[in-house]
Design a binder for this molecule. Structure first.
Ligand code: RAM
Length: 353
């Protein structure tokens, strides 16, 4: 499994922690910062193209791993410069001003993990009119606003893995809750929708009841408090699914020092490095995730293929994604990265991200 965690990734974390204003711009590949592509947008010639990543938020360790891969991909794909800009919170409209700034600068490719599928729409439309190619990754925009979406894993598969894990961990019966990120996030809502459909239709889950959905906004403190609130509100709760790396880590931290440790199951999507202590101390049995670095890496190559005019984002288009090989665009303009891995006490030490 490919994994990239460069020094520059750690540098970015440090800068993000210091940032006090909404705007943050970092040059990753060196060279200029896109100013000489002025207004040409997607027409920049090969070797002069610029790419900017706009994650959901900067102060999120998951984002950091994704962008480490993005930075490597951008440099290997041949972008002249690669940058990361973005908000410090994942609220619906927090990315709009960053998109507008990239349009002004004439950035050739904008890679975005949308905090809201529609709030970013008008700004992305303006960017496209100016010539930019739009790659959504991690969390899709409304498909009208992007050229393609690089998805970690098939959304239904992500949902089903988490249900299988929680069902195993609670013996197939009892009350469960979902602790999500923000209420607007496309990826979270897609996964939750598939989980609810499966709970309602799969007889294996007939005795599992989803009693609550709460939102920690991918904020550590809020997620911790939401976890605490769930346990207070639902004394019979048997398990929590948290399909967000921030949420699962905060919930694990809460459970680990509470009377519920080992009693209330917790699974979802987590970073092995954050979850390791909670697997070792018995708070968590098993959880899942894909390799986040691959997501950024493939998105960069997809952006280059779009900017070069090699692909348009149509189903059936293919492009080379460096050391990860050829990728094909599927229905809905979706490129799958995957596969997901399940982490437990037996294998967690084999992973370093
Ligand atoms: C969080 C974010 C992100 C999601 C991961 C699993 O960091 O919500 O969008 O893909 O978790």
């Amino acid at each position: 499994m490919r994994f990239i965690h460069s020094g520059s990734t750690r540098r970015r974390m440090a800068v993000a922690a210091l940032a006090t204003s909404a705007a943050l711009v970092l040059s990753a590949c060196g060279g200029d910062t896109g100013s000489d592509s002025g207004g040409e947008g997607g027409s920049g010639s090969e070797g002069e193209q610029t790419i900017t990543f706009i994650p959901k938020q900067l102060n999120n360790p998951y984002t950091d791993v994704v962008l480490g891969g993005g930075e490597d991909g951008a440099s290997e794909a041949g972008f002249a410069s690669s940058e990361v800009v973005g908000p410090l919170d994942a609220s619906a409209s927090s990315q709009v001003s960053f998109i507008n700034a990239e349009t002004q600068r004439g950035t050739n490719v904008i890679v975005i993990a949308a905090n809201d599928p529609d709030a970013v729409g008008p700004a992305l439309e303006e960017a496209r009119t100016a010539g930019a190619k739009i790659v959504a990754f991690d969390s899709d925009t409304n498909p009208d606003y992007r050229d393609l979406f690089v998805s970690q894993v098939d959304a239904k598969e992500v949902a089903l893995i988490q249900l299988e894990l929680i069902s195993e961990q609670i013996g197939g019966a009892g009350e469960i809750a979902i602790l999500s990120a923000t209420a607007n996030a496309t990826n979270q809502n897609e996964w939750i929708k598939f989980m609810e459909e499966e709970l309602a239709s799969n007889p294996d889950y007939a005795e599992i009841e989803l009693v609550a959905k709460v939102y920690g906004d991918d904020d550590d403190t809020k997620s911790f408090q939401e976890a605490q609130g769930l346990l207070q509100a639902y004394p019979d709760l048997k398990g929590i699914i948290s399909p967000t790396t921030v949420g699962i880590a905060a919930t694990a931290r809460y459970l680990s020092t509470s009377e519920y440790k080992g009693e209330v199951a917790l699974t979802g999507l987590g970073l092995p490095n954050e979850m390791r202590p909670f697997v070792k101390d018995g708070t968590v049995t098993e959880f899942a995730l894909w390799d986040p670095a691959q997501l950024g890496y493939v998105a960069a190559f997809a952006g280059k293929a779009l900017a070069d005019g090699d692909i348009t984002g149509e189903a059936g288009d293919t492009f080379e994604a460096g050391e990860l090989g050829e990728r094909e665009i599927g229905d809905g303009g979706i490129v799958l990265v995957g596969p997901p891995t399940q982490f437990n006490a037996d294998n967690i030490d084999d992973y370093d991200f």
